[in-house]
Design a protein around this ligand. Sequence first.
Ligand code: ARG
Length: 290
Amino acid sequence: MDGRPFFLMTDPDGFDVSYRINPWMDPASWTPAQAAAARAASRDLRAAITAIGGHVETVGAVRGLPDLVFPANAAVVLDGRVLLARFRHPERQGEEAVFRAAFQRLKTRGVVEELVDLPDGLFHEGAGDAIWDADRRHFWCGYGPRSSQGAIRVVRETFGQETVALELASERFYHLDTCFCPLAGGKVLYYPPAFTPAALATIHEHVPAAQRIEATDEEAAAFCVNAVNIDARIVMARAPESLRRKLAARGYTLTEVDLAPFILSGGAAYCMTLRLDRTSIPAAARHAAE
Ligand code: ARG
């Protein structure tokens, strides 16, 4: 690792929409033209992340595992420790062995240090449902549609960090990363209707009104909350003008990528990536040590 934010992506060659495990997925509407568009979109996303300073490495495609293109769901990673995911739906469980092998190789190279397994009987879909907040220094943990509530304790104990649990209220916003995105500097882009009243109260408790950026129905349905953020730079799917304005007014620079084929699977920029170099050490302390 060379100090650049390190992202994992997956070769989109095996991607399609051939089953339905969330309401966005409609296998009947999938065409070969979309497969070609997906390859271009994945390339564009990679280029956009590289352009804002990220380093991207790619896991190879595996036929029959179309959702392998969403490595955010493969694991939770912090301080070199990798908590491997267990998928709720049998359609994705075949990805577990593929990602385990990929992490083993990354461990051999020293990119990560340790792989940790989830106890039996629990589901957890990785960084899609456990998002590190570098400013508040805790994990935001989604649960309900995919990840088990009981897995949040495992996240807390594995990494020795605080967790804040948020129950997801809707099948359309089934991973936390579809409706919640902490941004550098402490602001949070989120879609309120995706949360139970108790979860919304929890968000309000931790994030003062001035730091909350609410996404509209249109912005959330465009998968814009599912964004990659490095400092003041954000990469996301094509955004409605309303969101462009909101983010510009708060000083963020936006790169939009046409991710339409992946939105047909219920995913976009954030979940097409997995950040491997996050540490719990506050940035100030890290710089002081350099
Ligand atoms: N089709 C995939 C699924 O339903 C999409 C996953 C998107 N990932 C995410 N973290 N939002 O599992």
